[in-house]
Write a protein that binds this ligand. Sequence first.
Ligand code: ATP
Length: 137
Amino acid sequence: AERTLVLVKPDGVSRGLAGAILARVEGKGYQLAELKLLTATRELLEQHYAEHEGKPFYEPLVEFMLSGPVVAAVFQGERVIEGFRSLAGATDPTSAAPGTIRGDFGRDWGLKVQQNLVHGSDSPESAEREIAIWFPA
Ligand code: ATP
């Protein structure tokens, strides 16, 4: 089955939303395959966000992701990558549609990084790459 990496970012964990977020993904029908709580390292995040290196939000993004524990999960099911991204909503939580995770729980906190609660892989290739980073064999 198709797999995707889902992260509940530090804002989601610190606000006590990890369980509610995972429940929405399970409720849509996707199957939890891996799950852990961890605090990332800079090395791990540099791999995960390699495509964003050099962008203005890169350093604030890495600092934010280091600011507290995250929940890392693998979900599986037919078209789970597309399905999770639809559930997560638009990147900017202010404009993310109500009914989505970001639209229902997120907003702009006036910071240099969009604290938007979740990450989901955007293609089968990035899913397998990201799962290998967060869940090494
Ligand atoms: P989406 O699900 O919309 O693709 P994403 O998490 O994949 O969101 P990316 O474009 O890969 O978004 O960016 C990674 C993360 O960097 C975002 O989730 C957000 O936290 C942060 N980010 C992205 N663009 C900006 C921006 N213009 N300003 C501040 N932070 C940003």
